[in-house]
Design a protein around this ligand. Structure first.
Ligand code: PLP
Length: 391
């Protein structure tokens, strides 16, 4: 196979992004909450159908903002999946609260609702769920569980922008939800994020204050108070309007980005089916009631040697695949700062076998021919492969 290395992820370049950034620099309003922040937030609200969106400097910061908003503190417990990025749990631990790790469902790799129900104690305050690959899972039962126990549902929707479960947008099920605009996500501004607020009555006013260093500056700018002052806990979670300009250009290209990613996803799903059957690999499955956002395409190899073997085989052919999250329950910080009522065996198993393929909208047909050929020339985990070791 010849040609340049096909990287795992490449940030999309939106047609208007340089022009918008130049406009910000020329305008003299480079700090946060300028006109581009307003426009990007409104478009984000339209895409997600959430009533309120506050741009933040990252998804991690949006999760931290949620932790301040919920007054999480020592003694409080929050249920999280073990199979997620460290931020979901770190944003709980930084408040001194305890992330309680729960295993995932093997079909969707999302939080196992029955195990989550069993993990509720009198200390549980909230449940932070993750829609892995933007695939919603049993969200009616999850919201019912939270309602039953008075838990606040927070969706870490870093993967799920524009996705739906039974016709309803991900990011609108919880009282709060978070988005990531890191440049490995479908829509990016380098580093960025947002807090979606669905329970506006309960959370909107205070969220705005916490995001603005604990001040009521937002009310001042709207003429609701005649000077602004320190009124609550808070930090600086708002991005510069430069980043909002980049984000707006990206969001305006959302349909194009999604169409490009979906074409790649569908090509893999179609052209790898026979190979998967022969080798015992299983391809990412999407339930009928889900509209997913083509954020990841993954396959599960039969065993860990297959994961290492396939990744090495692809790399030799100039194709960069990758594994994904390592279990948080057994991570050094997870063991020290978290609690795991039941060992997360599905998470450990999936982490050892999962392979993600390159997925970005500008992959060409010849690129995809190369990737498909690279995967389908892999003989399977049972064949010994140089470099395959259980590391
Ligand atoms: C990417 C990601 C994050 C972190 O996003 P940042 O914007 O980089 O802070 C958090 N949770 C999940 C599930 C992610 O995929």
């Amino acid at each position: 196979m010849s040609g340049p290395v096909l990287v795992f992820s490449r940030p999309f370049r939106a047609p208007d992004q340089e022009r918008y950034i130049s406009e910000v620099l020329a305008s003299g309003h480079v700090h946060g909450d300028g006109p581009f922040t307003t426009a990007a937030s409104e478009l984000l609200q339209a895409i997600t159908e959430a009533p309120r969106a506050l741009l933040t400097t990252s998804c991690t910061h949006a999760l931290e903002l949620a932790g301040v908003l919920l007054d999480l503190g020592p003694g409080d417990e929050v249920i999280v999946p073990s199979f997620t990025f460290s931020s979901t749990a770190a944003a709980i631990a930084i408040r001194g609260a305890t992330p309680v790790f729960v295993d995932i469902d093997p079909r969707t790799l999302c939080l196992d609702v029955d195990l989550a129900a069993a993990a509720v104690t009198e200390r549980t305050r909230a449940l932070y769920t993750v829609h892995y690959g933007g695939v919603g899972h049993r969200l009616d039962e999850l919201t019912a569980l939270c309602d039953r126990h008075g838990l606040v549902l927070v969706e870490d929707n870093a993967h799920g922008l524009g996705a739906r479960w039974r016709g309803r947008s991900l990011g609108t099920f919880g009282a709060l939800a978070t988005q990531s605009f890191h440049d490995t996500k479908n829509v990016h501004c380098g580093e960025g994020g947002a807090l979606l607020i669905n329970d506006v009555q309960r959370f909107a006013e205070r969220a705005e204050i916490i995001r603005e260093k604990g001040t009521n500056r937002g009310m001042f700018l709207r003429g609701q108070v005649d000077k602004y002052t320190w009124v609550d806990a808070g930090s600086s979670y708002l991005p510069s309007d430069l980043l909002a300009a980049l984000l707006l250009a990206q969001l305006e290209s959302f349909e194009q980005i999604q169409a490009g990613r979906m074409a790649v996803w569908e090509r893999y799903a179609r052209d790898l089916t026979d190979w998967a059957r022969q080798t015992g690999a299983s391809l990412m499955q999407v339930p009928d009631d889900v509209e997913h956002p083509a954020h990841v395409f993954y396959l599960l190899m039969p065993d860990h040697a297959g994961q290492v073997g396939l990744l090495g085989h692809l790399k030799e052919r100039g194709v960069i695949g990758t594994f994904h999250y390592q279990p948080l329950d057994s991570s050094p910080a997870g063991q020290r700062l978290g609690r795991t009522p039941v060992p997360c065996s599905v998470t450990a198993d999936v982490a050892s076998r999962l392979v993600r393929l390159p997925l970005w909208p500008d992959l060409t047909e010849p690129d995809l021919d190369r990737i498909v050929a690279a995967v389908t020339s892999y003989p399977g985990a049972s064949a010994s492969y140089p470099g395959a070791s259980a590391s």
